[in-house]
Design a protein around this ligand. Structure first.
Ligand code: SF4
Length: 280
């Protein structure tokens, strides 16, 4: 067994909470640049320029790229040969979030009870997903999630006969209904299959994937391309003020499902798509 101390985990999670809020990932930066040169709307072009400049200032001045610094979503892949020394893994992750949001002066956006709505004042707890894998390493991905975009996500239990057309219609309808609310240009994550919670989980996980990558399955890769093209024909544009650039990328993940169902979840990320991974 390989030992990893809780202090090491706390430090990495703290750093990732701060860094992911300050530094936009390369795939999004590259896509913003590409779409800026393709955008036909003058207003849209100017907004894309502002978004790029905002990201540059955030990175150089070490300030958050958006006032909504998100609820911390954390994906953990833990090798079966890893032993966590000195405490509980979950406590360590939450302590990392607590320190990251405090030391990085990031907005605390979490309420303890969804109905009583009292702020926990330290942005904990995070939403943590665990996966047990082979090996002796620990991979942690931190993804601060703003709720302007999270609130625009939708799920639907389609009939199997709805097929690929049903999936496409639902995704396009979801992006249409969202309009300017998720701060476009957006990244669209789609989870298809499994059960309702599995579809939601893989939709979220798809947003962790580099938007320059493609799903390895040919028909799903084609679906990603078709959806991106369809979304960018909706005319919503940067910040919803019209134009060609509504989405920078669509990532789709699939999972086996029941003969009687076709669950679909659309999880939307704004242009401030934040995620960072480290392998310990
Ligand atoms: S949707 Fe994204 S860019 Fe818009 S306010 Fe929320 S975190 Fe910020």
């Amino acid at each position: 067994m390989r030992e990893i101390s809780v202090e090491t985990i706390i430090d990495h999670v703290k750093d990732m909470c701060i860094e992911s809020n300050f530094v936009l990932s390369e795939d999004i930066k590259e896509a913003l640049d590409t779409y800026k040169s393709k955008e036909v709307s003058e207003t849209g072009k100017n907004i894309l320029f502002d978004i790029i400049q905002n990201a540059e200032i955030a990175e150089s001045d070490r300030v958050p790229m958006c006032q909504d610094t998100g609820m911390a979503v954390v994906f953990v892949e833990i090798g079966q040969e890893v032993y966590i020394k000195g405490g509980l893994l979950e406590d360590a992750i939450n302590e990392g979030i607590r320190r990251g949001y405090s030391e990085g002066y990031l907005r605390k956006s979490v309420v303890k009870d969804p109905l009583e709505r009292v702020n926990t004042k330290d942005n904990t707890p995070g939403v943590i997903h665990y996966e047990i894998v082979s090996g002796d390493q620990l991979k942690i991905t931190v993804a601060p999630k703003g709720f302007g975009s999270e609130n625009m996500s939708r799920m639907k239990m389609l009939k199997p006969s709805d097929g690929i057309k049903g999936v496409k219609d639902f995704v396009l309808e979801t992006v249409s209904l969202a309009g300017p609310n998720p701060c476009p240009p957006i990244v669209v994550g789609v989870g298809i299959g499994g059960t309702i919670e599995k579809a939601a989980l893989i939709a979220k996980k798809s947003l962790m994937r580099d938007i320059r990558s493609e799903n390895p399955l040919d028909h799903i890769c084609q679906l990603e391309k078709d959806l991106l093209e369809g979304i960018n024909k909706l005319g919503i544009g940067p910040q919803g003020l019209g134009g060609l650039t509504t989405s920078l990328g669509v990532n789709v993940e699939v999972y086996p499902t029941h003969i009687a169902g076709l669950p679909v979840v659309v999880n939307i990320n704004c242009h401030a798509t934040r995620h960072m991974s480290r392998i310990i």
